[in-house]
Ligand binder design. Structure first.
Ligand SMILES: *Cc1c(COP(=O)(O)O)cnc(C)c1O
Length: 364
């Protein structure tokens, strides 16, 4: 059978290995497996969310509230924008899919960092768009601007903090960059890890209200999958000028967020204490990774997220080390598919991190 030719050169996204797979393949017991591969919150989610969701389980028989009024209101209050500036997706991934389909087409150019979130390229290929990448490892907005002038892309992706490297841009640099971009170029600011960045350095925080007031061509993305600990519920969002949101709505399938997920995300947003606790633990444990890397003479990228990227240099091989760890029940992310010899480790609990240090020392 002949399929859509755009799909021919798409490599299927490789998600972090689930615990169940390691149980099956290596015969390790679930309790002995530590998953530090998908940047999930090691504290789980807010207990208030678990309690509230468990009370509404029978609602799963009915279709969800497709207006998503509670969650939209909660998000618009959180960012001080109108609820018409908000779109909710099944993960911010889905919002990325919408906006690429809304703006790009066969032959469009989409500009992004040399190393960045893998899904941008996959969605770009759905529509036959060409991906243009910078050369520098961290976001260099001067280089972005140069390529913008040369290539006239339809869409520019800025991932801050960036996955899988962990570096983040100062908000002011982004504001200065946006001044120079014409109104018909869609700029996406993917801020999936922003909650972690702002307690490490307040200069990374983006004023979303001002951003979308000043720039009708910018969309800001957030997710409940990381600091809020709701990866399994699949909820993310985009905030932008209503003209953008209106177009994205044309692509949205009905009932794209489940009743339980809507409830979970709304309550999670209300429990600021839980997020505070999560980001504080993360920062404290990140210092242990920094110390460990220094002792082991491993280069790491200064991280503003809940993961640390260990650059392994020429003597060590990331795929080999990731596999050795896997056989011991420690799941981390090998970054060889991003063409860097590095592993990405999600910052876990004190105990999980100690276990990582102990294991990885054996293989280095
Ligand atoms: C995790 C992540 C997302 C989206 O995650 P969802 O679970 O789909 O909300 C988006 N961008 C980046 C950079 C991420 O790391």
């Amino acid at each position: 059978m002949i399929f859509n030719k755009h799909l021919e050169n798409i490599k299927t996204y490789e998600a972090g290995k689930p615990i169940e797979l390691v149980v099956r393949e290596y015969g390790i017991e679930t309790k002995d497996i530590v998953k530090l591969a998908s940047n999930e919150n090691p504290l789980g989610c807010s207990p208030k969310v678990v309690e509230a969701v468990s009370k509404i389980l029978t609602k799963m028989a009915l279709y969800p509230d497709d207006s998503m009024v509670n969650l939209k209101n909660a998000l618009s209050a959180r960012y001080d924008v109108d609820s018409q500036n908000v779109i909710i997706g099944s993960g911010s991934d889905q919002v990325i899919e919408f906006l690429i389909h809304a703006k790009a087409h066969n032959g469009s150019k989409i500009l992004m960092n040399s190393i960045t979130f893998a899904m941008y390229e996959i969605y770009a290929k759905h529509v036959g768009a060409d991906v243009i990448r910078t050369s520098s490892q961290e976001h260099d907005l001067d280089e972005f601007y140069k390529l913008y002038q040369e290539q006239k892309p339809e869409i520019i992706f800025i991932c801050t903090p960036n996955n899988p490297t962990g570096d983040a841009l100062d908000a002011q640099k982004i504001y200065d960059f946006l001044q120079k971009i014409d109104n018909d170029t869609l700029v996406v600011i993917d801020a999936a890890y922003m909650e972690y960045a702002i307690i490490k350095d307040a200069k990374k925080e983006i004023n979303v209200k001002e951003l979308i007031q000043k720039h009708s061509n910018v969309i800001y993305l957030g997710t409940f999958s990381k600091a809020y600990g709701l990866g399994g519920m699949r909820v993310g969002y985009g905030i932008a000028d209503t003209k953008i949101i209106k177009e994205l709505y044309k692509l949205r399938p009905p009932f794209n967020i489940t009743t339980l997920s809507l409830e979970a995300a709304t309550l999670a947003l209300g429990d600021e204490e839980f997020v505070k606790k999560s980001v504080a633990l993360n920062l404290e444990q990140m210092k242990r990774y920094e110390k460990f890397a220094k002792e082991q003479k491993i280069d790491i990228i200064n991280s503003y997220t809940n993961f640390v990227t260990l650059l392994l240099g020429s003597e060590r091989n990331s795929t080999k080390i990731a596999n050795q760890l896997l056989q011991k029940g420690m799941i981390v992310r090998d970054l060889s598919s991003y063409n860097i010899n590095a592993i990405r480790v999600t910052i876990g609990t004190d105990e999980q991190n100690s276990r990582f240090f102990k294991l990885v020392t054996q293989f280095l």
